[in-house]
Design a protein around this ligand. Structure first.
Ligand SMILES: [Zn+2]
Length: 207
């Protein structure tokens, strides 16, 4: 029997601070994008770990996907490349929006292709008092973790929450988040991390 490797999780719940899964996905690279340092998605397994940690994929679904990835490493590697392609396209679209720059059409095309792919797997499911959206479960395909990310990106980019998009105020962070604070005053991706570091810098008089 195949158990999902909960014990190997490197990705923490606290990495999900952005307020939208597509932003958390972009944030799987830390710092500014030169050379993609600190990339949490080193292998396809990491993509599964990330999706399970973020509640986008159940462990029950991740287990068979892990088995497929282990049996077909080339396909898994291809899916990971695709994941990074959409992630970097979203990074440029979101970063451009925050900076007031128009997006490149090829990035919008990349996002649209993934959104179309994702939505073709969206289904209605009968529940006790009505219906709910769910993702097609069969056949299991390696791109499943990308579906909720692509859908969320489409939802966010077409929503009026776009005005709440921010980039962390830390010079070295580069993470994006939605500022849902009442007075629009959130400056840090995470108070415990960048916010605290900044407070320490000021305290030491380095800032
Ligand atoms: Zn930050």
């Amino acid at each position: 029997m195949l158990f999902y490797r909960l014990q190997f999780w490197m990705i923490e719940k606290t990495d999900f601070v952005a307020g939208a899964p597509c932003l958390d996905f972009i944030n799987t690279v830390g710092g500014h994008r030169d050379g993609l340092n600190h990339d949490q998605l080193g292998a396809y397994d990491d993509l599964l770990d990330w999706a399970v940690a973020g509640g986008l994929l159940t462990a029950a679904r991740a287990a068979p996907l892990l088995a497929i990835a282990q049996a077909q490493p080339e396909r898994a590697a291809r899916t990971l490349r695709r994941a990074k392609k959409i992630r970097e396209a979203l990074h440029r679209i979101i970063g451009g929006y925050v900076a007031g720059r128009p997006p490149a059409q090829r990035d919008v095309d990349t996002a649209n292709a993934e959104i179309g792919q994702a939505l073709s797997n969206l289904r209605l499911r009968r529940v006790a008092d009505g219906y709910e959206w769910c993702w097609e479960a069969a056949p299991m395909t390696l791109d499943m973790p990308l579906w909720p990310v692509a859908r969320n990106a489409g939802d966010l980019l077409s929503s009026d929450e776009l005005g709440r998009l921010r980039e962390c105020a830390s010079e070295t962070c580069g993470w994006f988040f939605l500022d849902r604070s009442k007075n629009h005053s959130r400056r840090w991706c995470d108070m415990r991390d960048c916010g605290n570091r900044e407070k320490m810098r000021r305290y030491r008089g380095v800032a």
